[in-house]
Design a protein. Structure first.
Lengths: 141, 380
């Protein structure tokens, strides 16, 4: 593993459970790696593949998505749709040899602050082991 | 279902059927591929005149405009008022049926007719080639159902029969001088009855022939994508090399029957940014290729529409620079459709995967979590 490599990681959190999980983590004074940048989407179902792809092409080494557990979606079916979209995203990347494992989906409830922080650490280690995302260095994309 | 035997082969078989339908008043108009006067190319024509059917070419050697798009244009503002027969290749029919689900085709009043498709030639080859020779080759290949030099995707097409049409015209397994007419819907049965067809035939031989061919083609398809084409276009290097000749004209998207959106995200203001933004990206990567967002466009489209891709190859025909777009998309589409066991156009009751869900599914795509008892580096 390259000790010098600090990956750029995006953590997409839905506005309800994912963000709630980060609040719980904050209340418990849990820390996540500083190179993980959380960003809020209104619902995991609102995360268009174009945003994820753009992040991969423009500089992200990994993207992890967390939202309400299936059945808990604030909009009832947003996370069910997100799961289908994520499956398609990963399959497209894998089929073309672009490493779908740089994209993770893990549900985090409002109260699961520790799960959120664990995920951030686990994913950070996972991406450090993989090394930099080769796409981000390509100016010919 | 009703299966009968008809006289005539190839184009003639379809002409007889369509003229019969018009003359008996089963339909009052037909939408049918025809050679454009001058013989430069082919297009669907809408007509009520049986003599136009005589001049038509229901199975043309090329696919300049995808028939799914044609039917969408016809019925976008509402269903046809008079019954209309529509002749479509199997892939065009699948696209039309996807568009019914997407509310872009109104099926009421349409009598769909499809046939065993022998494939089509690359459009540029026809436009730039010796047309009379190509036409003669096509006619001959059509009657024997053995065409060489068709588009790469046609050669590995494993859904080449029109088995979702109201009336399917079958050449495979049919006797020397004739063809089969197979009605798959009540409208189709009614139409064949109106034409006076009574005597049912046994399709066993045809079904066996098709089964064999499907098996062969499916193997060839998987083999091509996994062993030959896949490795060439795989990985950042392979994929970007494949896309290097792309000039970002978006032709592939504009001719795609499934890409019906009035404004595509990839044409939208979301991707029109300031010069500073481009410069920032250029600095990060060392440089930035213009026009930008080529990879984003192709990967983005795959995510947006590959679950409905009918593998028709129209995108590749429309590419001015010979990017193997249709093969890229078909290879990905085979995979993304397999996740949901979905075949576009197979069943009108099957919802499009991205607007549907099950509560319990796809858990293998979720990252499993085991609570760690270890302390994180930061808390020690």
């Amino acid at each position: 593993m390259d000790r010098e490599f600090v990956p750029k990681i995006l953590y997409a959190l839905c506005a309800w459970c994912g963000t709630g999980g980060s609040e719980t983590a904050g209340a418990l004074w849990l820390k996540y790696p500083e190179n993980v940048r959380p960003f809020r989407v209104v619902c995991t179902g609102a995360l268009d593949p174009a945003y994820v792809l753009r992040a991969f092409i423009e500089g992200a080494d990994g993207i992890v998505v967390s939202g309400c557990h299936p059945g808990d979606c604030h909009y009832n079916l947003g996370n069910f749709r997100a799961r289908r979209r994520l499956a398609v995203m990963k399959e497209v990347l894998d089929t073309l040899g672009l490493d779908g494992e740089r994209l993770w989906l893990r549900w985090v409830a409002h109260g699961e602050g520790k799960k959120l922080v664990d995920t951030a650490w686990e994913f950070d280690t996972h991406i450090r082991e993989k090394g930099p995302n080769p796409l981000k260095q390509r100016w010919d994309s | 279902m009703l299966a009968v035997k008809g006289k005539g082969k190839g184009n003639q078989a379809l002409q007889i059927l369509l003229k019969g339908l018009l003359e008996k008043g089963v339909v009052q108009a037909v939408l049918i591929p025809s050679e454009i006067p001058g013989g430069e190319s082919y297009a669907h024509i809408l007509t009520r005149d049986p003599s136009m059917v005589d001049k038509a070419q229901p199975v043309p050697p090329v696919v300049p405009v995808q028939g799914g798009r044609v039917v969408s244009k016809l019925t976008k503002r509402g269903p046809v008022k008079m019954p209309t027969a529509v002749v479509l290749r199997p892939c065009e029919l699948r696209a039309a049926r996807e568009l019914i689900k997407l509310n872009q085709v109104k099926p009421k009043g349409l009598l769909t007719i499809s046939f065993d498709c022998p494939g089509a030639y690359p459009l540029s080859q026809y436009i730039n080639g010796d047309k009379s020779l190509i036409k003669a080759n096509f006619e001959e290949g059509l009657s024997k159902f053995a065409l060489s030099g068709t588009r790469p995707l046609c050669q590995i097409c494993n859904r080449f029969t029109g088995d979702t049409a109201d009336i399917e015209v079958g050449f495979l397994g049919a006797p020397e001088d004739g063809h089969y007419l197979i009605a798959h819907t009540p409208q189709g049965v009614e139409a064949l009855r109106a034409l006076g067809y009574q005597e049912e035939v046994d399709l066993k031989e045809r079904e066996e022939t098709i089964q064999e061919m499907v098996k062969e083609r499916t193997e060839a398809r998987q083999n091509y994508f996994q062993e030959e084409f896949g490795p060439q276009v795989s990985g950042p290097q392979g994929l970007l090399t494949t896309l290097h000749s792309c000039i970002n004209c978006h032709n592939c998207m504009r001719v795609c029957p499934i890409c019906f959106c009035r404004e595509c995200f990839f044409d939208s203001d979301a991707l029109k940014v300031t010069a500073e933004n481009y410069l920032m990206r250029a600095e990060r990567k060392g440089a930035l290729r213009f026009l930008p967002d080529t990879l984003l466009f192709h990967l983005g489209r795959m995510n947006h529409m590959s679950t409905s891709c009918v593998s028709c190859g129209t995108c590749e025909d429309a590419c001015p620079n010979d990017v193997p777009v249709s093969r890229l998309f078909a290879m990905v589409a085979d995979k993304t459709q397999a996740i949901f066991d979905y075949v576009p156009g197979r069943d009108l009751k099957e919802p499009i995967p991205l607007i549907d869900y099950r509560e319990e599914e796809l858990h293998e795509w979720e990252r499993p979590y085991k609570e760690s008892t270890n302390h994180h580096p930061s808390s020690s």
